[in-house]
Design a protein around this ligand. Sequence first.
Ligand code: GCW
Length: 673
Amino acid sequence: MQKSIFLTVLAGAALLAACSRPVPVAQDGTDLWLAAGRPYADVLASVETTIDPALPAEGYHIYDADGQRHVAAGSEAGLRYGVYALQRAEVLGAAGPGIDIQEQPYYDLRLLNHWDNLDDTVERGYAGESMWEWTSPTVPEARIRHYGELCASVGINGAVLNNVNSNPLILDAEHIARVAKIADILREYGIKTYISIKWTSPIALSGLKSGDPLNPKVRQWWKDKAAEIYRAIPDFGGFLVKANSEGQAGPQDYGRTHADGANMLGEALAPYGGIVMWRAFVYSPTSPDRANQAVEEFLPLDGKFADNVIVQIKNGPVDFQPREPFSPLFGKLKDTKMMMEFQVTQEYLGFSNHLAYLGTMWEECLTSDTYRDGPGTPVSKTISAIAGVANTGQDPNFCGYVFAQANWYAYGRLAWNPELNAETIADEWIRQTFLKPAGMTDKAFESKFIEPVRGILMASREAVVNYEMPVGLHHLFGGTHYGPAPWDRLGRPDWTPAYYHQADSAGIGFDRTRSGSDNVDQYNEPLASEYNELATCPENLLLWFHHVPWDYKLASGRTAWDEICLHYDAGIKQVEAFRQTWAGLKPYVAPALWEEAAKKLEIQQHDGEWWRDANVGYFQRINGLPLPADVRPLDTPIDSLIYRQVRSDRLGMPIHDENNRPIIDRPRFRRPQ
Ligand code: GCW
């Protein structure tokens, strides 16, 4: 009798413990940030909707009146944004009685740029092949609809479907018809369709002898092509153009300027309301500093672009590095429409393997003061449109894994409102993406899950900067841009790490001061002088702007060499801490999602160690200095890393062994004599 009471009590206690233990809700990451919350159709059905022409076209107003919830908007697109905003507010607990949210987007053009090729590969794509499935006889309608919902939920209203390294065939009849089919679907989500064109298309497709933008035959060819496109897609958005850049032809090949080229296309599109997005990512081989080239080419053209031309500028002057100052063009062009180009896909930040939340990086850029119109002219106010290079592919979760999705979300939110802060956005994303386990209170979920995950996201980009290229170092990449190659000095100089780090026995860093390339003077005062002076240059950009002796003392009192080593080490410690935190979050996340992220974090740590060993080991060879006492010794001697890179698959994805360590085995660079 006694025994059975005891057993009953024991069983009861076990049951209680089991009940109070949170049970993760099954989810696989394919809903992205639409996972939590009511389905769109339910939210829509629960509100009274009105189109109110007095509201801005894409703006909305959510409010309660007469015992009813209303969403009013300036257009169908605005209504959709309003319903999604309400859905988000519900998840965030901000949709109580008396709700009153009125918003409109900051920029009219909020685009994704897909670097998708017509053979279905994706340049810098780390989530499978092209989501448009160019080579399939049919268009993947279900996926495109899902994409449309995700974009609309954050307010993205344009998609450039193909790579800026464009194939002329995008403009043949077959591809125009296919683009039209995609446009028909995207239109339902308020998304306009655009394409990237190749400058030499008239030559490749119609056998014209020239691509000269002032040649009447060339001009007519583009006008006819525009007419053909608009017959198939009446609301076609326009062209994105990479010209005279990285081997792509352009107007300069015919002695003409970027403005001549852009305006010729602008004229062809103008009758239909189309636009030209002309990229400022150009190379003038005569300029000694890569970071100077865009201003040198575009400043003389300020004011010369047609009304429907907008110059699309990467956030930094070099190339989507983990940290760059903002591109000086934002502070220089006054009479030219400018558009931001961010990179959502993590070309230089660990592909879809490393956890790097980019909201913080973009916030840093958008809030940087350009001083163009006096103090208080942040980058966000100098631009009138925004684009992000997409990180999407055929993977069922679109982005490679769950944390990469945060960047698509953050990009969309910042495109809608560049004054939102990265932390708020991270917080929204976590709450919408991860489902609260059964049997867990909101409060417990908040402190045990949301806060630690937010902490990881917020620290993650700086961790990557630390273990890849701290203190203003940049472009130390090799091969596919996944791993370190500070030793690489073969080929075109401004494509090599050695050109960017300039390390020698005396010191390290690129001298962009007034006694160097004078890049500092492309910035407005007081920035120009601030960057020019060692004492005032921000330390996180020190080696971007200065070449300093190894024993130069930083604010910490430590030498540049010691600080470099410490940062590399700190980056790895940060990733170790992320792994530990994530390990503790296992009880709250669906097993498959948790496992995947845990594996990625392990890869990230091992890759980080490789980055540190390769860079610190290499610089040590140059300066012969010991590691500071409080830095852990390197794991792998430089001799087994130098001139080597990670093994990659057909699509350029790095290969790791069964212990999640990068396989570094293929000597790529010949040892310089
Ligand atoms: O960063 C470089 C990339 C190229 C890319 C180019 C560009 C599409 O490595 O892959 O080409 O920038 O932005 O045009």
